[in-house]
Design a protein around this ligand. Structure first.
Ligand SMILES: *Cc1c(COP(=O)(O)O)cnc(C)c1O
Length: 433
């Protein structure tokens, strides 16, 4: 895989370099110079394959030039070790459940794949790395879970003391092993500042191999295309076109779908659904991309005012607005509309959605109402409803069942290292580690 920077002012790199660099030094984003087409015979037999086999075929087409097939198979089987089932809730409405991984959110796909890719390349070079990640909650838990017990990688998670939910804190602080949680006396921005300063510190970088698990790393994007193919495979026997509605914040998930489309996956339309942070739906409507400060909503994982994957999204269409809007529609909903949707779907079908999933459901509904399309609709469920208990329980008026993954964490003991927000203390800690 050869990758260029969307700002086009640095040389191209291969996949391995892009994974460890994370971001090109011109502050663009790495994108494949070419997206391979999968052969028709793959689509002809896709419904006879397993999720892992589908994922392997896709990954092999993208990065097979740098990882031999046998190694890649092992890596995929380990990374993609939970299902992404399509569940029909009513005629034309199918939910693609992406929350069956360890942190109960779709980011598990990205984190698990990226950690194993890094470990694979590190083993080859007999190296070790130290990953530093600042979190306000969710990213830390997916990264912690995704990198837990992965060889050659130590992870230090910095989170603001008292500023994450009790469950989130448990997810960050109960893993142990190669995952260390630093509880910083400060806010998220202080955690972020410590990590940034560490990457700039010459002494630290001379003594340890520091890296990030940045959400825009290309290794997090690749696996987010797998489950679009898998959804198609599960629906193929119906013989109808497929529409995907993707609840979006930074638009990495949607980009995964667009890559699948460019690889030949037949898709009638993509719908980009957001909460009131509607920068991309605005762009689709007007052609203007105007980032602005984010607004807090109940679908808070999508509270993004400057969607980081936007340059990738348009790069996939040759940066032509007209081509983007041919394939991607936009829509957005406020909290009240989202609450009504969660309640409506529960009362009508018994299915319980998290607020992000509720936004996606609304996008699909609006599409069907506006177009009369007969397609099979797929809306992506990015998190388990139990991760958002405080929002969902009052809406449906009932206590939720807590999945075992969360329950077992709630009973574990928190282990964290308390630390001031001053850099010298943090640096000393890292050097002594
Ligand atoms: C991260 C996240 C999103 C947004 O995904 P993007 O790839 O940033 O668009 C949506 N829902 C949940 C639950 C998330 O954690």
């Amino acid at each position: 895989m050869e990758l260029y920077s969307t700002k086009r002012s640095v040389p191209n790199v291969n996949f391995e370099e892009a994974v460890f660099k994370g971001l090109p030094s011109d502050n663009g984003l790495y994108m494949p110079t070419e997206i391979p087409q999968l052969p028709q015979e793959f689509f002809d037999k896709i419904d006879t394959l397993s999720f892992q086999e589908v994922a392997f075929t896709v990954a092999n087409a993208l990065v097979g030039d740098e990882i031999p097939a046998d190694d890649l198979k092992v890596l995929i089987d380990d990374a993609v070790n939970f299902d992404a089932p399509v569940v029909e809730i009513k005629n034309q409405y199918n939910v693609l459940e992406l929350f069956h991984g360890p942190s109960l959110a779709f980011k598990d796909f990205g984190a698990r794949f990226m950690s194993r890719i890094m470990s694979y390349f590190l083993k080859k070079e007999k190296k070790e790395i130290n990953i530093l990640v600042a979190t306000s909650g969710d990213t830390g838990s997916a990264v912690g879970q995704g990198f837990h017990n992965v060889e050659g990688i130590n992870v230090t998670i910095l989170y603001p003391s008292g500023k994450v939910s009790v469950n989130q804190e448990k997810q960050l602080t109960t893993l142990g092993g190669n995952i260390t949680a630093l509880e910083i006396d400060g806010v998220f921005d202080d955690c972020q500042a410590l990590v940034k300063q560490a990457f700039l510190d010459e002494e630290l970088n001379a003594k340890m191999n520091l890296s990030s698990a940045n959400s825009i790393n290309i290794a997090r994007l690749v696996p987010q295309s797998f489950y679009y193919f898998w959804a198609y495979a599960q629906l193929k026997k119906a013989g109808k076109p497929v529409v995907f509605c993707v609840p979006s914040g930074n638009f990495g998930n949607l980009c995964g779908g667009l890559i699948a489309y460019k690889m030949g996956l037949p898709v009638e339309k993509f719908i980009a659904a957001t909460n009131v942070n509607n920068i991309v739906p605005e762009y689709i409507k007007t052609g203007d991309f105007s980032p602005r400060p984010s607004i807090a909503t109940i679908s808070n994982a999508m509270d993004v005012g400057n969607p980081s994957n936007f340059p990738r999204m348009i790069a996939l269409f040759g940066e032509e607005y007209e081509s983007v809007i041919e394939e991607v529609q936009g829509c957005f909903y406020d909290d009240q509309q989202t609450e009504v949707a969660v309640k409506e779907v529960y009362e009508e079908t018994g299915y319980i959605m998290c607020p992000h999933t509720g936004v996606a459901y609304l996008g699909l509904k609006q599409y069907f109402e506006a177009t009369g399309s007969e397609a099979n609709g797929v809306f992506l469920s990015t998190a388990h409803s139990a991760k958002f208990l405080d929002v969902v329980e009052p809406i449906i008026g009932k206590e939720l069942e807590i999945p075992v993954e969360l329950q077992s964490i709630i009973n574990k003991e928190k282990v964290s290292i308390k630390m001031d927000k001053d850099f010298e203390g943090f640096k000393q800690y890292l050097l002594e580690k």
